[in-house]
Design a protein around this ligand. Structure first.
Ligand code: LCS
Length: 393
């Protein structure tokens, strides 16, 4: 079905959809590494690009394509690539856009490894980066150099929930001939469409809201324009970053319920955030849906909802936060986010532990910060659980 003019939820259900001769309602899992050619000339035509045909799963597979076409439609892009993990998506972007001698600007509080790999691995290829507070556009402007090729945002950011102004930063990037990439993992295209706001590339850890069921690891990159898509595709194919058809199928299945999952999770999160903000044992709460969020107005402008991830500090600091994490019964003490189950974790000792203490402190990832990703359980049960855990402090 052509879903170009369909609404978002119809796209979730009907986009992609590879023709299947046997009439399967869902796209089959093409569990094959390679595809048979009709004859030698057909094989040659597939390789030269004269004819569209499947060749070898690292280069393309109908189950994977189903997911890529859907994500591309949802993000309003030119083309998308599903890859083995969110970090494969991040590195596909870095490797495609940055050459030796180039410079990148990133937000200082992105997912730990997205910053860590850039600071620890890429300098050997003479690629340099500055990670700074991108919620202040002047910081970016001051840091742009003649060799700056990429601005890399994560908004809302993991785990500080900072919100960067995608439209304003995109205008600045365009003025300087710099590409803008946005990690949209915390929102999903249901809540935010970075390409519509001016970004050139959007990426996700599909491990999170896109799949939504904490049962796969995957990533996706979507480009606004053909030339960038072709660069990303070259790297993806030749680095072997492709997702496997089984994982792609699960992600595509999980994606079908994104709208209903996100609605329920963010409604729960709104209740939980208000509950935490009024709790006597809680020092502070960061959640885009609360008026106390420093970029609350900007969030309203560029996101259609606050999402379902909350960061908070417990009175009594790290020790008190640990007591809460050790006392929860319904929430699960685990990293990751964006699934149907509520997960709680401690960024300074877990997801962001590989960043230096100075880098964490500079980015606002304090030792007392606890992050909770709200699931689709009953809001009352989540709050009762947090209340009894806070009661242990
Ligand atoms: N981008 C963001 C915003 C993320 O939160 C993560 C993972 C990644 C990229 C990398 O994706 P992956 O390779 O894991 O699919 N974030 C995690 C987190 O906060 N806890 O565990 C993983």
């Amino acid at each position: 079905m052509n879903t170009k003019d369909s609404g978002f939820s119809s796209k979730l259900i009907h986009s992609g959809g590879i023709d299947d001769a046997l009439g399967s309602v869902t796209t089959p899992i093409y569990q094959t590494s390679t595809f048979k050619f009709q004859n030698a000339d057909h094989g040659a035509r597939c390789f030269s690009g004269e004819e569209k045909g499947y060749i070898y799963t690292r280069l393309g597979n109908p189950t994977i394509e189903d997911l890529e076409v859907t994500m591309t439609e949802l993000e309003n892009g030119y083309g998308g690539l599903a890859v083995a993990s969110g970090m494969a998506a991040v590195n596909t972007v870095y490797l495609s856009i940055l050459e030796a001698g180039d410079h990148m600007i990133g937000h200082f509080a992105v997912y730990g490894p997205s910053r860590g790999i850039m600071e620890k691995f890429y300098p050997q290829y003479n690629i340099e980066a500055d990670f700074l507070d991108t919620t202040n556009i002047e910081n970016i402007e001051k840091t742009i150099k003649p060799n700056t090729k990429l601005i890399y945002l994560e908004t809302p950011a993991n785990p500080t929930m900072d919100i960067a102004d995608i439209s304003a930063i995109s205008a600045l990037a365009k003025k300087h001939g710099i590409l803008l990439c946005v990690d949209n993992t915390f929102c999903s295209p249901y809540l935010q469409k970075p390409l519509d706001l001016g970004a050139d590339i959007v990426l996700h850890s599909m491990t999170k809201f896109i799949n939504g069921h904490a049962d796969i690891v995957g990533g996706v990159v979507v480009a606004k324009e053909k030339d960038i898509y072709e660069k990303l595709k070259f790297v993806m194919m030749n680095m072997g970053f492709n997702i496997d058809p089984n994982q792609a199928w699960l992600a595509r299945r999980g994606l079908k319920t994104l709208a209903v999952r996100m609605e329920k999770a963010q409604a729960n999160a709104m209740e939980v955030a208000e509950f935490l903000e009024n709790h006597p044992k809680v020092e502070w709460v960061l959640f885009p849906g609360l008026k106390s969020h420093p970029q609350y107005e900007l969030g309203l402008k560029q996101m259609s909802g606050p999402g379902a991830v909350i960061s908070f500090g417990v009175k009594g600091g790290l020790e008190a936060g640990k007591t809460v994490m050790n006392s929860v019964k319904l929430s699960i003490l685990a990293v990751s986010l964006g699934g149907i189950e509520t997960l709680i974790q401690h960024p300074a000792s877990m997801t962001h532990s590989k960043l230096s203490k100075e880098a964490r402190a500079g980015a606002g990832i304090t030792d007392e910060l606890v992050r909770i990703s709200i699931g689709i359980e009953d809001a009352k049960d989540i709050m009762d659980d947090l209340d009894q855990a806070l009661g242990q402090v």
